[in-house]
Write a new protein. Structure first.
Length: 533
């Protein structure tokens, strides 16, 4: 079904320019059709990740003041059905009184209750709609979408992006960073519930006329070769995924990707968090066959598009560094007082000094929070990214993690990313996540969660833990040695591959877990991380 038919469907149901439409769907083509159908008539879409709970969905509906929800009877994940319609019903039963209609895609074909007068089947409402829909002409600053991201207060904030600037940023950066050509088959593994799925699945590549691949499911189901089989079968030429996925697949061994034909690949990308050098090298050697450039990209939900990245054929890559800002992006590193740091290897706050087309315009219905969160730290002079970074002698940027992920150990500021990279460089370690734990003497101590290559060590793990502590001391200095190391089968990740670091901080401190863990890929891992499994 073309998006124009979807646009006509929404207009026929009374959706008007400026109305908010919630999209709560699996990774299927209809999700992108729904997004672009809203865009065509000037409605503001807000995609809610299909792994979020009914409570999270309700909160987003209420904050957006949405009139319509587009969902599905369910989705597929790891051989199980994700109950999207039942979660929608629960969200609406507990609030969200603004919703007038719910459009439901029949996807899993299992029985779901339909409320007469409110719930409509997708296939019924699109039946007979014309293939063309006259677009609504909107101002460049008209909101295109809201995308909710976590805030330090625990209340999600609705990042508001514009129609003109966002689309320009998504289209241009797609073309520049991925060297797009008409014959490319582009696969970004991100869900459309996150900004990467907006910019580099639903908008950027398609605006350049490139074919995109969508995949609904887990990277290791029905087996660990799932990603590589998709690349082989669909002759994917550009592959863009998260370091967490790369490390998890690296842990399973080189023999799995070696069983597939990956020669169609010509470019690899990394997104979501800094990629450690060992994972970068494995990605380039095993997946790229030593022939593919890697674009290690830095950007945020708030920036709308890639800000710092190598440009293929132009920028010399450095494993672990996102290298240089793209043309027109004025990035700098400043100290606690907002003064630019001088000299190579100096670190500090990553800031952006001039506006750019795809920047967030405000926080929905809370402009004071927008100013306070992103601008007031340095008296409204710079956009504050919230990341720490350093710049090397060649002018390349190295992202060290979130500012709130910088530990203060006995007066020494340590980036968690530095310690994680040191741990992962050890031959026994596949993944690591480091958080701070309050310490009476040092202020904070280093607490590391470690996933080993092969099976999780059991029994007396003190010798291995001491070996890893000595390794970190050798790499970074004794001050960076983890005081605690806990071994686990996996790290707590959302279904998009993001590590839930707030959860790890809670576990390290021994506090009661109060945050929503419904988005975890494997909720059972929590007890193991707490040392009980």
């Amino acid at each position: 079904m073309p998006k124009s038919a979807g646009s006509q469907t929404l207009r026929g149901l009374g959706v008007q320019q400026g109305d908010r439409v919630i999209i709560y769907m699996p990774m299927v083509p209809e999700a992108i059709i729904a997004m672009q159908a809203c865009a065509r008539i000037g409605a503001i879409h807000s995609v809610v990740f299909g792994g979020f709970s009914a409570l999270s969905l309700r909160d987003r509906i209420e904050d957006a003041g949405a009139r319509f929800v587009i969902t599905a009877d369910g989705g597929h994940r790891g051989g199980k059905v994700v109950e999207l319609k039942s979660a929608t019903d629960k969200a609406l039963a507990e609030g969200a009184a603004s919703i007038e209609k719910v459009i439901v895609l029949r996807h899993t074909a299992h029985d779901v209750p339909m409320q007469p007068g409110r719930d409509l089947w997708w296939h019924d409402v699109v039946q007979g709609q014309p293939a063309h829909c006259e677009p609504a002409w909107v101002d460049a600053e008209h909101p295109l979408f809201l995308l909710y991201t976590s805030g330090s207060t625990g209340k999600p904030k609705g990042i508001q992006h514009s129609s003109g600037g966002y689309l320009l940023g998504a289209k241009l950066t797609s073309k520049w960073v991925f060297d797009l050509k008409p014959q490319d088959v582009f696969w970004c593994t991100a869900d459309v519930g996150w900004v990467t799925g907006h910019s580099y699945v639903a908008y950027g590549p398609l605006a350049n006329g490139v074919t995109v691949v969508l995949y609904e499911g887990a990277p290791t189901f029905p087996d660990a070769g799932r990603f590589w089989k998709i690349i082989q079968d669909h002759r994917v030429s550009i592959f863009y995924t998260a370091p967490t996925a790369i490390r998890a697949l690296m842990k399973l061994g080189d023999h799995i990707p070696a069983g597939y034909d990956l020669t169609s690949l010509r470019l690899l990308g990394s997104v979501g968090e800094p990629i450690n050098p060992e994972a970068w090298m494995w990605y380039q050697r095993v997946i790229g066959g030593g022939n593919c450039p890697i674009v290690d990209t830095w950007w945020q939900t708030e920036t709308g598009a890639i800000m710092i990245s190598p440009v293929p054929g132009v920028t010399a890559a450095k494993p672990g560094s996102c290298t240089r800002p793209l043309p027109g992006i004025d990035v700098d590193i400043v100290d606690e007082d907002g003064n630019p740091v001088q000299g190579a290897e100096a670190g500090g706050y990553l800031v952006i000094k001039k506006p750019w087309p795809s920047m967030l315009r405000t926080i929905w219905r809370d402009n004071d929070r927008y100013i306070e969160t992103y601008w007031q730290r340095f008296r409204n002079r710079y956009y504050v990214a919230g990341d720490s970074a350093h710049r090397d002698a060649d002018g390349c940027y190295w992202i060290m993690g979130r500012i709130d992920d910088v530990l203060n150990v006995a007066g020494h500021r340590l980036g968690t990313m530095e310690i994680e990279s040191a741990l992962v460089a050890h031959h026994r370690v596949a993944e690591a996540a480091v958080v701070g734990r309050p310490h009476d003497v040092k202020g904070e101590s280093v607490f590391a969660f470690v996933v080993c290559k092969g099976d999780r060590p059991t029994g007396d793990t003190r010798a291995l833990a001491e070996e890893l502590r000595a390794w970190v001391a050798e790499q970074l200095g004794a001050i960076a040695k983890p005081d605690d190391i806990r071994f686990a089968d996996n790290l707590p990740k959302t279904r998009s591959g993001k590590i839930m670091r707030r959860l790890l901080r809670t576990i390290a401190r021994g506090d009661e877990i109060t945050q929503d863990i419904s988005t975890l890929e494997n909720p059972a891992i929590v007890e193991q991380l707490r040392g009980r499994g």
